[in-house]
Design a protein around this ligand. Structure first.
Ligand code: C2E
Ligand code: MG
Ligand code: MG
Length: 559
């Protein structure tokens, strides 16, 4: 042990007692003997040879993260030079695995009679354990933000919260490794520090999200939060470029100003989180300001989804199928009808399919509801066949049903259950990007084809207008979207597209149906183009079963 054993031992004995009462690590650094002593537990965590060692300056240098060595050596230099008696730093030590651990080190200098710094006595505290600092980014954790905001609310400071998230962070972790994910986060934290400078406080939130808190902003009529996002994005792009575009990523942002006060509902952090979610939903790589209207719509959407779930659970209560006649142009008679789903909710009244169908799709409820539609439409069609032999029904199928359920086996089971002829049913699939998305969809379409189940491509012209599917004869019928039909009276272009397409489809032996024929004028105009079928308000809107029976069933010569 050291020569000046007395005083060192005195400290040491007291430490041994106190260290049992705290999670912190207590230490004594003897500058003169270059000797260090720290609570025993520290030696189990950090990259040090034991709780008690000489050659302290060099050994400690090895436990300090390379980035922080200079800062620490400056501080100790000031103490030794008699310019400072304080030691209060937050920096990183390395643990036994070489990973950085954020610590707070605070101590008091004890000088000898000659005024030399003899001892530094203090404590090392793991900030991560105290939930204060995040070890990956070195930023303060969310808990500190809550405390800060609570204080600000009392003093009604102005400012904003801007939450930044990495787009598709999960992909980065999965495609590369978690380490790459972590270093991307660290890089983002650096970019934010660079862009925000000293004007902001920065916090690591959960996952890939980092919060920027700006106080006491002076408004110059611009949108400072959005400007901050732009600066951060520019810094991110620059750093990606500097690294040779090895890993490319984008960021989204959501922000809220502290003036946005409603004293109920969401707190500021939740508002920024919500705005970020909206930015991601709207396509990512953008920044969105919190708006109460967006939140109200979101809440309503959740409530509606819940009501839809309950309706499906309660024997599909409130769901009904309407039917719209499809007219065979050659024979001037009803060819069949398209079954169109309606939903009347006790709380929301009659809701448009344009609203509730996407909600059913998002929640996956379209799978049970879609099954109900198939069964219901087939049963109705069978009834109508008694009066009108060969009556056909068109049923809409969503991509979610195609991708996430075994819709063909569902169809087969109903065909078998009711002895239904598959010739009398046709399934409509909307043209969209989904049709393009890989082999899975294509395999399903081929399975329909192999089973000789009739398929129509719905709303043709709104998506990718993929002639490949047409060429490969996956479909039996092409339904040209109402937007084109609406345009053919006034637009020569639309007229020519519809004309050429009809001729092309006919040359491939495909049938063509025009959707959205509304007026007498539309009707006369489209007649010249010789579609096989027409569907539109000109003949009828979709109507309930009884009305369909009364107006159309068994009626000859509809025009
Ligand atoms: P869709 O399959 O293209 O159905 C045709 C839509 O056009 C129907 O809207 C119909 O009312 C409307 N329509 C027909 N003729 C005219 C016209 O002359 N003028 C105008 N302005 N509109 C006309 P609806 O019933 O609101 O349905 C909208 C969409 O919801 C459907 O478009 C379909 O994609 C979807 N949908 C409806 N029922 C179901 C269903 O049971 N399952 C699935 N997956 N989707 C459905
Ligand atoms: Mg349809
Ligand atoms: Mg359509």
């Amino acid at each position: 042990m050291v020569e000046k054993l007395d005083s060192f031992e005195q400290f040491d004995n007291v430490f041994k007692i106190i260290s049992k009462c705290t999670d912190d690590y207590l230490f004594i650094l003897d500058f003169i003997e270059d000797h260090y002593n720290i609570t025993e537990r520290a030696a189990e965590v950090f990259n040090i040879p034991g709780p008690d060692f000489y050659n302290a300056t060099e050994t400690l240098n090895n436990v300090v993260h390379p980035e922080d060595r200079e800062m620490l050596s400056d501080n100790l230099g000031m103490i030794k030079a008699g310019k400072s008696n304080g030691h209060d730093l937050e920096y990183k030590w390395l643990n036994k695995n070489g990973n950085p651990v954020w610590i707070s080190c605070r101590g008091q200098v004890i000088r000898n009679e000659q005024g030399e710094a003899h001892f530094l006595v203090g404590r090392v505290s793991e900030l991560g354990r105290k939930n204060k600092i995040d070890n990956i980014t070195g930023l303060y954790r969310e808990i500190s933000l809550h405390q800060n905001i609570a204080q600000m609310e009392k003093s009604s400071t102005n400012g904003f919260l801007l939450l930044i998230g990495i787009d598709n962070f999960k992909d980065i972790n999965e495609r590369y490794t978690k380490e790459v994910g972590n270093s991307t986060l660290k890089g983002l934290a650096k970019c934010i520090k660079k862009a925000a400078g000293s004007t902001a406080e920065i916090y690591r939130m959960s996952g890939d999200e980092i919060m920027v808190l700006c106080k006491d902003i002076v408004s110059d009529g611009m949108d400072p939060a959005k400007n901050m996002y732009k600066k951060i994005r520019a810094a991110v792009n620059e750093s990606i470029g500097e690294k040779g575009y090895r890993l490319f990523y984008t960021i989204s942002g959501g922000y809220v100003y502290f003036t946005e006060k409603d004293n109920f509902g969401l707190n500021y952090i939740e508002k920024a989180e919500f705005a970020l979610r909206i930015a991601k939903i709207r396509g990512k790589n953008m920044c969105i300001c919190y708006k109460q209207k967006d939140y109200d719509e979101y809440v309503q959407k959740l409530e509606m989804q819940e009501a839809l779930r309950k309706a499906a659970e309660n024997g599909f209560e409130g769901f009904e199928l309407y039917y719209q006649p499809i007219v065979n142009m050659e024979k001037a008679c009803i060819y069949g009808a398209e079954a169109l789903l309606r939903w009347r909710s006790g709380k929301f009244g009659m809701v448009s399919p344009g609203i509730f169908i996407p909600l059913l799709e998002e929640s996956g409820l379209i799978i049970p509801v879609g099954r109900w539609v198939i069964e219901e439409a087939m049963r109705q069609c069978l009834k109508w066949q008694e009066k009108c032999p060969g009556f056909r029904v068109n049923i809409n199928i969503s991509f979610v049903q195609l991708k996430k359920s075994n819709v063909i086996s569902d169809i087969d089971s109903y065909i078998e259950k009711y002895g239904f002829s598959s010739n009398n049913v046709l399934f409509e699939i909307t043209e969209s990007g989904e049709l393009e998305s890989g082999y899975a969809t294509q395999n399903i379409l081929e399975a329909f084809h192999r089973r000789s189940l009739n398929l129509a491509i719905d709303d043709f012209g709104t998506g990718y207008s993929n002639l490949r599917y047409i060429k490969e004869m996956m479909f039996n019928l092409v339904k040209i979207d109402q937007a084109f039909i609406r345009g053919i009276k006034s637009s020569q272009y639309d007229y020519m597209v519809v004309k050429q397409f009809t001729e092309l489809a006919h040359s491939l032996n495909l049938k063509v149906c025009y959707e959205g024929v509304e007026t007498e004028e539309d009707f006369k105009c489209v007649m010249e183009l010789k579609p096989d079928y027409i569907q539109g308000f000109y003949f009828s809107k979709p109507v309930p079963v009884a009305e369909f029976e009364e107006k159309f069933l068994g009626k000859e010569n509809v025009y």
